[in-house]
Write a protein that binds this ligand. Structure first.
Ligand code: PLP
Length: 378
């Protein structure tokens, strides 16, 4: 059994300069953006400290290291062996997705997404010239019948969130196989955002889309160490292809997309993928404990709030529509409870009445946050 990771004192957390700790005044508990409160994994911290000691903060170079490190990680954790030569570093997941969409989309083309979903999906599609077509999740799962109808209209692409932020759903091999069948049938390329792939909690197991039979012919993945290892500010992700056909799309990307990868991010990602397994196990133990704690806190103090515990991620998608009548309960929790959560409608209109809570923190902060929330009168 792994020991749980600890969280620095709140006074130290408040010294951090990232968005989580700089957006709201000091009396607000920030449980909104997807950053974790734990210290960095020791191998990641060592790689960064050594780089700083060397004065090694120049440009990144697109060597084979990231591909090899990610392929080893994917093989160990998911039994999937991507070709390291088809793992291309990019600046971040957002840049990877937008640049791939640019290769697939002509101005105004439809691109399908499944809300409620990570808010930038709504922005990345128009950034690449496309138009969002929504096929919402049905009862928290991919609506395969709805996707079939949408795919029959020949959209330029489907943007999959695997695992799915904000509901924390881990799509099953059967669901993904059916998705691939539909995509091949209607010739719809899939871009799979797998940034949360390493954050699957006990009780579920992750299926990388490209490990599904024949997915290699229609799909590309965008992966990163940044979410599981909490290094999003270092700017490193990778686009993964698994067939010559789909690699041709990646080959069309401008060289600059790779060259704009953060050098420190690349060094940290290689360390994370190669040497981060034991820390990651402790993280997963910790997140599973916080998930359970949150379930108990909600049941005892906020019973009107409904949720399905996530199978992956450290994000809880809370349905507060029976708690109050606000379409955006986040405002009441922020103003009256001084707890900052993500507003549900950022994830699409279907997020009305919801909030997303980040539980990658200490038991004490989580307890305090739910206590404050439960004190708000409706
Ligand atoms: C599904 C999903 N994709 C992408 C990102 C952001 O990735 P990046 O910062 O590498 O663009 C996040 C961040 O939380 C996310 O949840």
């Amino acid at each position: 059994m792994n020991a749980e990771l600890t969280v620095p004192p709140l006074s130290d957390l408040r010294l951090r300069r990232s968005v989580k700790w700089r957006t709201f005044p000091g009396d607000v508990l920030p449980l909104f953006v997807a950053e974790m409160d734990y210290a960095l994994a020791p191998p990641v911290a060592a790689a960064l400290t050594e780089a700083v000691a060397r004065g090694d903060a120049g440009y990144s170079t697109p060597g084979p290291e990231l591909g090899r490190a990610f392929a080893g990680f994917a093989a160990r954790r998911w039994g999937w062996e991507p070709d390291p030569g088809r793992v291309l570093p990019v600046t971040d997941v957002g840049v990877g997705v937008v640049e791939l969409l640019r290769q697939l989309v002509r101005p105004g083309d439809p691109v399908v997404i499944s809300p409620p979903v990570y808010p930038p999906f709504f922005d990345w599609v128009p950034e690449a010239g496309g138009r969002v077509v929504e096929v919402p999740l049905a009862a928290g799962r991919l609506d395969l019948a709805g996707l079939e109808a949408a795919f029959a209209t020949h959209p330029a692409a489907y943007l999959l969130c695997n695992p799915h932020n904000p509901v924390g759903r881990v799509h099953t091999p059967d669901e993904l196989a059916e998705l691939v069948r539909l995509a091949l049938l209607h010739e719809v390329p899939i871009i799979s955002d797998e940034i949360h792939g390493a954050l699957v909690l006990p009780g579920a197991s992750f299926t990388p889309l490209l490990s599904v039979p024949r997915a290699d012919q229609t799909a590309l993945s965008v992966v990163s160490a940044s979410k599981a290892f909490n290094v999003a500010g270092l700017k490193c992700a990778a686009v993964v292809a698994a067939s010559t056909r789909m690699a041709q799309i990646v080959e069309r990307l401008p060289r600059e997309v790779t060259e704009r990868t953060g050098h420190l991010g690349l060094l940290a990602s290689v360390a994370a993928f190669e040497e981060g397994d034991s820390w990651l196990e402790a993280l997963i133990t910790t997140l599973a404990a916080r998930r359970e704690q949150l379930g108990g806190l909600l049941a005892s103090r906020l019973p009107a709030v409904r949720w399905t515990p996530p199978e992956a991620t450290y994000l809880a998608w809370l349905d507060a529509s029976a708690w109050g009548r606000d379409a955006e309960p986040r405002d009441r929790f922020l103003d009256d409870a001084l707890v900052a959560l993500e507003p549900g409608t950022r994830f699409g209109a279907v997020g009305s009445g919801h909030v997303r809570l980040n539980f990658a923190t200490s038991p004490e902060i989580l307890d305090e946050a739910v206590s404050r929330m439960s004190a708000v009168s409706v």
